[in-house]
Ligand binder design. Structure first.
Ligand code: ADP
Ligand code: UDP
Length: 242
């Protein structure tokens, strides 16, 4: 039977989450065209942005599935909507870095693009009112973000496994995956599953040859060609995955 979109459950900065009628374990995810940065202090949009991010996420999550890594996507509805497994989101942004850039480069006084001997995984506490601060493992436990320390290890292991697959996928498309943010949730069986999205909104992607930035930093830093860059990431991924 065809699935029917139910009531709006939540509207975020980049997506709207709807119920799926008669299917309480699922959510209908609609990607929006809006762009926000610096905890929504800077806003913008372009037509088709939601569709680009939804298609990039769908393509990459399929690759992860092919590599034995479960994700929340159940089915794609159209170019900007998908049905996902409804999860209890773990309130941690799991950031993996292959080079230092952005906040960590600044904090440690390192040049943007400083290479790392091994990927670095960091946790940020998901709370807009606090500005999503970096937290230590002990602080994550203190805040009850997860039930036990083993869960933090599972998140790190999963992030590193996902990094391997995504890095290879982007490399085929001539892009370097500099860093990215993941969100995970728990399903009814208690399993930790990859949620949310992976897109130029949530990754730093640099052209392998020229170093040109093809991600949300173009919007954050007013570098121009935002729409063209998002489009190019999708086109390159599509072409390389043929
Ligand atoms: P934000 O809430 O930061 O503005 P979005 O606009 O992307 O971000 O909103 C999507 C919301 O849905 C986020 O809070 C995210 O944690 C949550 N989410 C993502 N995937 C799932 C899922 N499978 N089940 C339940 N919630 C999810
Ligand atoms: N990121 C994200 N959502 C956030 C914060 C960060 O998707 O709320 C992504 C960001 O796009 C980058 C990576 O996580 O790819 C690391 O971001 P960083 O901590 O350097 O923060 P920024 O400098 O982007 O504020």
């Amino acid at each position: 039977m065809e699935k029917v979109k139910g009531e709006l459950l939540y509207e975020g900065k980049a997506k709207k989450m709807y119920a799926v009628r008669g299917r309480p374990q699922e959510v209908w995810v609609e990607y929006k065209d809006s762009l926000t940065a610096f905890n929504a202090q800077k806003t913008g949009s372009f037509s088709g942005k939601g569709a680009i991010n939804a298609q990039i996420t769908a393509l990459l999550y399929q690759r992860l599935k092919d590599n034995g890594i479960p994700t929340h996507i159940i089915e794609n509805i159209n170019d900007h909507e998908m049905i996902c497994e409804k999860l209890r989101i773990i309130p941690l942004e799991v950031v993996t870095r292959n080079r230092l850039a952005g906040s960590t480069a600044k904090k440690l006084g390192k040049e943007e693009g400083t290479p790392l001997r091994a990927p670095l995984v960091e946790f940020y506490y998901k709370d807009d009112a606090l500005g999503d601060p970096f937290i230590s493992d002990d602080q994550a436990m203190l805040m009850g973000a997860v039930e036990n320390r083993q869960d933090l290890e599972v998140l790190k292991t999963k992030a590193l496994a996902i990094n391997k697959v995504l890095r290879a996928e982007f490399e085929k498309a001539g892009l370097e995956l500099v860093d990215f943010k993941l969100e995970f949730g728990r399903n009814d069986r208690g399993e930790i599953v990859l949620a949310d999205e992976v897109s130029p909104d949530t990754c730093r992607l640099w052209d392998l040859k020229t170093g040109e930035k093809l991600d949300k930093d173009r919007f954050r830093r007013d570098l121009g060609r935002v729409e063209e860059s998002y489009q190019e990431v999708l086109q390159r991924l599509k072409e390389k995955s043929k």
